[in-house]
Design a protein around this ligand. Structure first.
Ligand SMILES: NC(=O)c1ccc[n+]([C@@H]2O[C@H](COP(=O)([O-])OP(=O)(O)OC[C@H]3O[C@@H](n4cnc5c(N)ncnc54)[C@H](OP(=O)(O)O)[C@@H]3O)[C@@H](O)[C@H]2O)c1
Length: 266
């Protein structure tokens, strides 16, 4: 659909923007679904986020905002209301602009990751899962994983206190589920997920010692660029089943489009 005066705009808030791949999935989806909308990247530094946000309130043809690294926690504080997982976790990756300039925030990252795993035919039933990271994406994924019938979740993070705080919060939210903080060691796990930003830059270290990965382990990524991260390359070399970061976005673009463009999506 050609861009016209009736087209509604979605802004993707991120910093830096060069790694962004969501527009390549989201814009064709809007076309397929028949929504007259367009997603454009906005590279906004954390220092300028609040000012940019204030400006967005006055943009009347703005359908909403998709949010990624490093803004998910801050945007949750800028929204006027949060719903669902966003309200529980105070993290959001999408916000819909209401007619009066207020924003409703939601969090679909975790649901998108789990939907992506299922779409690729991976079953989470009774699996032991190691999740690396405790930031916005990892928090959403942890929440969505615990809504599944997994056997155990261990969260490992560079800043261990954040993993411990997240595990504690999740134990309260999901009584009876096994969830703990732990080391970045894949021994004995069925599924390992990189939920950190490591892999985005060529010089990044690997997010865990790959020699702890056993053949047959499912190794998933949140990092989408490069398509095959050094972790996925190393995991494939060790006989693991790899699951790309791109599946997380293909798993959730439908949810994002429906929330931003359908009348029932609030
Ligand atoms: N595929 C998708 O659809 C999708 C969706 C959302 C996000 N993502 C990707 O997910 C990644 C994380 O995003 P986010 O929103 O969760 O970011 P975030 O909230 O800033 O969290 C970043 C996480 O990475 C860890 N980390 C950062 N640098 C590190 C380093 N040098 N060594 C070890 N750990 C490090 C942080 O640990 P500390 O707590 O110690 O700082 C934290 O756990 C980004 O690459 C983003 O592009 C992908």
């Amino acid at each position: 659909m050609p861009i016209s005066g009736k087209t509604r705009v979605v802004v993707h808030l991120t910093y830096p923007a060069k790694h962004l791949r969501t527009p390549e999935f989201f814009n064709p989806l809007l076309e397929r679904l028949g929504y007259d909308g367009v997603l454009v990247p906005w590279e906004v530094s954390p220092a300028n986020l609040a000012t940019a946000w204030q400006g967005l309130r006055g943009i009347e043809n703005l359908a909403g905002v998709i949010v990624t690294v490093p803004h998910k926690l801050e945007v949750a504080t800028l929204c006027d209301e949060l719903k669902g997982t966003a309200l529980l976790l105070k993290v959001c990756n999408v916000a819909k602009r209401l007619a009066d300039g207020r924003f409703t925030g939601r969090m679909f990252d975790g649901d998108g990751f789990v939907a992506g795993l299922k779409k690729q035919g991976h079953d989470l039933g009774r699996k032991r899962v190691l999740l690396l990271g405790a930031g916005g994406a990892a928090t959403g994924i942890a929440h969505a994983l615990l809504a599944e019938d997994i056997q155990e979740l261990v969260i490992s993070n560079r800043t261990p206190a954040k993993a411990e705080a997240l595990a504690l919060e999740l134990r309260l939210m999901f009584p009876g589920k096994r969830v703990n903080a732990g080391p970045a060691d894949a021994s004995g796990f069925d599924v390992v997920i990189n939920g950190t930003a490591l892999g985005l830059n060529a010089r990044d270290p690997l997010p865990l010692p790959v020699e702890t990965l056993a053949a047959g382990t499912i190794v998933g990524e949140v990092v989408m660029n490069p398509d095959i991260t050094p972790l996925l390359t190393a995991a494939a070399e060790r006989g693991c089943i790899i699951h790309k970061g791109a599946h997380m976005i293909t798993g959730q673009v439908d949810l994002l489009a429906e929330f931003l463009f359908s009348q029932a999506g609030v």
